[in-house]
Design a protein around this ligand. Structure first.
Ligand code: SAH
Ligand code: SF4
Length: 342
């Protein structure tokens, strides 16, 4: 049965119109779900008995089950169980600008990046949009707070689950619903070029982050399988077209891997690659994981890399390190849990 949290307000309007009801019923249901946060259809007082019966017959309203929550300073990491016993993660981070939640979009991931824990589990299935929405609701309820920013950087490749991700954005962006501003939502992709091209025509002002991680094809192909399908020149070309169409600044993520992509030569090559593009680079300290041999670049070298980019006119930031103690790197909590329970 479809979960009610996967319904866009326009879907619910159609649903009620087909039942001979006014489409404002959809607004009422949205307000019960997302403003008043009721957990049962019976609590939707103004919707009408007959409609409540219909909703009960057609939709489930179960929240996500929280298996564990590990809390650290400014960070909380959640492991959820889905209806089919698959497990996914979300990470809450307190920034000075608000609370940001990093959510999962798939069970596992097929992109096969060599440094990534999530990719060690091949994709089992896409998440439904309701399963993305409910990550937000579960964390807000558990922590008794409001999330201001969403990043799609948990387990999975969002553009390998394009339609559900777009529905999810629509649902959480609806003013009668959670009302998360599109500028507060960031989608991160490993670089599926046709989907970047498609996303350029998407009407909402959602932020785009590209996991670049290398300044040339030789290094990128050695750490990211997707580079063999969509090499750097195709990726950069798609990003340039995206910026032309949307007029939006793009983020390039760059994980700092010791002795792999962190030399000063790499920084210079990266500056040349990105010169003139409306973007900024986010340097990510690598979160080491026990199964994978890559090591993190030390702080001093990260800062040298940072300075080199700056000197060459590239906007650059270093990501604050969250939660290595609570296994916050994407996929780590799920994988740790599986090991403890097998
Ligand atoms: N699949 C998408 C989004 C999820 S991964 C993507 O690859 O962009 C989100 C980000 O986390 C990516 O930039 C990814 O490269 C990074 N990441 C993966 N494993 C990491 C680790 N161990 N330490 C730090 N960042 C990691
Ligand atoms: Fe998938 Fe992103 Fe991990 Fe690559 S980094 S394996 S695309 S989740």
């Amino acid at each position: 049965m479809k979960n009610i949290y996967g319904m866009k307000i326009s879907d619910l309007e159609t649903y009620f119109i087909e039942k001979g009801e006014g489409k404002f019923k959809a607004t009422q249901v949205f307000e019960w779900l997302y403003k008043k946060r009721v957990s049962s259809f019976d609590d939707m007082k103004n919707v009408g008995k007959k409609n409540i019966e219909c909703l009960k017959n057609d939709f489930s309203i179960e929240p996500l089950e929280i298996i564990t929550c590990k809390k650290g300073k400014d960070v909380a990491k959640y492991l959820f169980r889905l209806y089919d016993d698959n497990k996914i993660e979300a990470v809450l981070m307190n920034h000075d600008y608000g609370n940001s939640l990093c959510i999962s979009t798939q069970v596992g991931c097929n992109m096969g990046c060599h440094f990534c824990e999530s990719g060690r589990l091949k994709k089992v299935r896409n998440l439904e949009s309701s399963e993305m929405v409910r990550q937000i609701l579960a964390v807000e309820e558990d922590m008794n707070l409001r999330i201001s920013h969403i990043v799609l950087m948990g387990i999975g490749e969002p553009f390998d689950n394009y339609d559900n991700v777009i529905s999810f954005v629509d649902i959480i962006n609806t003013p009668k619903g959670i009302d998360l501003g599109s500028r507060h939502i960031t989608i991160s992709t490993s670089g599926i070029v046709p989907k970047i091209e498609k996303f350029a025509d998407y009407e909402k002002q959602v932020n785009l982050a590209i996991s670049l991680h290398a300044p040339n094809n030789k290094i990128r192909s050695s750490i990211m399988e997707i580079n063999k399908a969509y090499p750097i020149e195709k990726l950069i070309d798609a990003v340039k077209k995206y910026i032309e169409k949307t007029n939006r600044r793009v983020t390039f993520e760059y994980i700092m891997l010791k002795d792999v992509n962190d030399s000063i030569e790499c920084a210079i090559e990266l500056s040349n690659l990105l010169r003139g593009i409306n973007c900024y680079v986010n340097l990510i300290p690598y979160n080491e994981t026990s199964h994978i041999e890559y090591r993190k670049t030390d702080r001093e070298q990260i800062m040298k890399f940072y300075d080199t980019l700056k000197k060459h006119g590239i906007n650059v930031t270093v990501r604050k390190e969250f939660g290595s103690k609570v296994k916050a790197a994407c996929g780590q909590l799920r994988s740790h849990y599986e090991e403890e329970t097998v």
